[in-house]
Design a protein around this ligand. Structure first.
Ligand code: CP
Length: 320
């Protein structure tokens, strides 16, 4: 039984297979030779809001032949305290696969264990694997192989999206720079889990710079120095400063992260043809300014569309 629970657990070979299949899914949309989910019913089980993930999975599953049901976690007994493992065993007897968006990574893993059906992590507090696979597909579609390139993540570097980027950098062999204040940088334990070695700190005028390397050629840099992190980058990437579930910290986060914004001044430090991406939703004036967002909207909405193609590739890989 295959699942997609995290990039941490996904092999480099499987990442490569999904990325290659994404190209085919996009090219063949509307002309698929087979509908591998014909006669099946898949459920989307969501405990958090969603636009892109929900719509792209619903459309993608239908295009692959499945019937789809959307279950808000709050509307089923899960929301009244029924255990995950019981919900999983019920759904496992009735549907053929589940797309699960929730808070704890452990809940997605428990669901996969007890359900006995393919389970996809549609975002937890720890990872957003479908998003980052899509981002890499989008980068490669527009700029070629990501191996050896420089990706700079700007903003809250201690949440799910940058964590998935860390695992991807170690596996696919690119340089990931995370530009964030110290308290919004990922823990060193995450770098070690990803396979980065020789992790060490060097002093700099704006605090320590942490670096590490992986056997694939992947590199990691954690720094508070935004301009240094952007220098020569092939991709500037950001996400919201206040992730779902962190609303109570909003004022403090906006204060501490102020300045960690993608804007025209920052883009000038990147490579001349650098891409700008955002996993969306975007908060103009916070993690990105309006003019920069609109200047790069074509790429950002290609990225949003590509959720559909990459997630169809993930599902086809799961059920193959
Ligand atoms: N990027 C992303 O996952 O978007 P949604 O929260 O709208 O699904």
């Amino acid at each position: 039984m295959k699942h997609l629970l995290s990039l941490e657990q996904l092999s480099r070979a499987d990442m490569g297979a999904i990325l290659a299949a994404s190209v085919v899914m996009k090219r063949q949309r509307g002309h698929h030779a087979s509908r591998p989910l014909e006669g099946q019913t898949w459920a989307l089980l969501f405990a958090k809001s969603s636009t892109r993930t929900r719509v792209s999975f619903e459309v993608g599953l239908r295009e692959l032949g499945a019937n789809v049901m959307f279950l808000s976690a709050a509307d089923i007994q899960l929301g009244r305290g029924e255990p995950i493992k019981d919900t999983a065993r019920v759904l496992g007897r009735m549907v053929h696969g589940v797309i699960f968006r929730t808070f704890a990574q452990a809940d997605v893993e428990e669901f996969a264990h007890y359900s006995g059906i393919p389970t996809i992590n549609a975002l937890t507090d720890e990872e957003h694997p479908c998003q980052i696979l899509t981002d890499i597909f989008t980068f490669q579609e527009q700029r070629g192989p990501i191996q050896g390139k420089i990706v700079t993540f700007v903003g809250d570097g201690a949440c799910n999206v940058p964590a998935s980027w860390v695992f991807a950098a170690a596996k696919l062999g690119f340089e990931l720079r995370i530009a964030a204040p110290k308290q919004f940088q990922p823990p060193l334990s995450l770098l070690e889990r990803a396979g980065f070695t020789h992790v060490h700190a060097q002093p700099s005028p704006v605090g320590e710079v942490i670096t590490g390397s992986a056997t694939t050629g992947g590199k990691i840099v954690l720094t508070a120095d935004l301009q240094a992190a952007a220098k020569g980058a092939h991709l500037l990437y950001t996400d919201v400063w206040v992730s779902m579930g962190k609303e109570a910290e909003a004022a403090e986060r906006i204060k501490v992260l102020a300045g960690y914004q993608i804007n025209a001044a920052l883009v000038r430090h990147a490579a001349p043809d650098a891409l700008v991406m955002h996993c969306l939703p975007a908060y103009r004036g916070k993690e990105i300014d309006d003019a920069t967002f609109e200047a790069h909207a074509q790429t950002i909405f290609d990225e949003a569309e590509n959720r559909l193609h990459t997630q169809k590739a993930i599902i086809a890989w799961l059920v193959a």
